[in-house]
Design a protein around this ligand. Structure first.
Ligand code: PHE
Length: 342
């Protein structure tokens, strides 16, 4: 064994040990350059090679190649292992469950009154009713006169009106849309009109100056109270998702004759009596009635030929009942803690 032989053996041992203890790709690379690089130990030993007598060259050449081979193979393997660990580390760190809900993001939702309104619109559309819209700033004629409430009529005091300086007003109910519907579409007519209404009232837990109603009207030949009751029951069972018991009490509104207050069996206590229904077992929900002949006449409909029913659903009140909301002011507060519950 020549000196070069032992140098080569030493190079193999030392470099393999260096590869084994390398803690990073950089360290590994450093050892490789030291041993196999252009100016590395192996290159230096190779220079000596030429000086050897020919008979020694063959044997040393073999050893040289085998050392080079070993080191290169080991280097490649170790390098691949580093790359592997790097990849698994990265995958472990960047792992992501795309089905998890994003933290802190609230997707937003429709206001409870809007949800209710959409449901009722769907129902009535399926029953052949048109959904009409009317202005919130109304004329006195549409809001009062055409609904059989002339200027001197005491019924005007029933609704505290916001008057505007130009003589118009903020509509106090959605009933003026009845007038617009009759005049625009004529009989036969099936329409509903959801919307915002305004009353100049003291605000407290059960009174708001701004709230929502949903007006309904059907005009045809031979419409009776039985039709009215049928549609009201259909409406209420669809909203409350169960059969509801209703009763009609006489109620006065100048634009209907006869006029009723429709009550439902209290859904909280099933009619037994509780604080919500003030122990009566009944909750007042919806004024309604058969359209007054004067109202038809003022909108160019002949009451000898046509008649109909109308109702005014308190959307705000209904939303409060459905969701158990005990303060009407919450609905318009814009308070996210309240809204995010829907
Ligand atoms: N417009 C009436 C109100 O707001 C309610 C109503 C509508 C009554 C339709 C009868 C028929 O008080």
């Amino acid at each position: 064994m020549t000196l070069l032989d032992s140098q080569l053996e030493e190079l193999r041992r030392a470099t393999l040990a260096a590869f084994a203890s390398a803690g990073s790709v950089e360290e590994l690379e450093e050892s490789r350059v030291g041993a196999l690089g252009r100016k590395g130990t192996l290159a230096q030993i190779s220079k000596e090679f030429g000086k050897l007598p020919p008979e020694d060259r063959a044997q040393l050449g073999k050893l040289l190649n085998s050392v080079k081979q070993d080191l290169e193979t080991e280097y490649e393997q170790k390098k691949r292992r580093f790359e592997q660990t790097e990849l698994t580390d990265r995958l472990a760190k960047e792992w992501l469950d795309v089905t998890l809900p994003a933290p802190g993001v609230h997707p937003g939702s429709l206001h409870p009154i809007t949800q209710l309104q959409n449901e009722i619109e769907d129902l009535f559309t399926s029953l052949g009713f048109a959904v009409l819209d009317g202005p919130e700033v109304e004329t006195e004629e549409h809001n009062f006169d055409a609904l059989n409430i002339p200027p001197s009529h005491p019924a005007r005091d029933m609704q505290d009106t916001f008057w505007l300086s130009n003589g118009h007003l903020l509509r106090t109910h959605t009933s003026p849309v009845q007038v617009r519907g009759m005049r625009k579409l004529g009989p036969p007519l099936r329409m509903i009109a959801p919307g915002r209404v305004f009353r100049n009232e003291e605000v407290d837990a059960s009174h708001e100056h701004t709230f929502y109603q949903l007006e309904g009207m059907m005009i045809d030949r031979d419409v009776s109270v039985a039709h009215l009751i049928y549609f009201m029951k259909t409406l209420l069972s669809s909203i409350f998702k169960r059969e509801v018991t209703v009763r009609l009490r006489p109620g006065y509104f100048p634009f209907v004759e006869p006029g009723f207050e429709l009550d439902i069996h209290c859904l909280i206590c099933d009619g037994a009596g509780c604080s919500v229904c003030k122990q009566s077992g009944w909750v007042e929900l919806m004024p309604c009635g058969l359209v007054h002949p004067n109202v038809l006449r003022m909108s160019n409909i002949d009451p000898e030929e046509w008649n109909g029913f109308a109702f005014g659903l308190g959307l705000t009140r209904l939303a409060m009942m459905r969701y158990g909301i005990d303060d009407v002011r919450l609905l318009q507060s814009g308070d996210l803690r309240f809204l995010m519950q829907f």
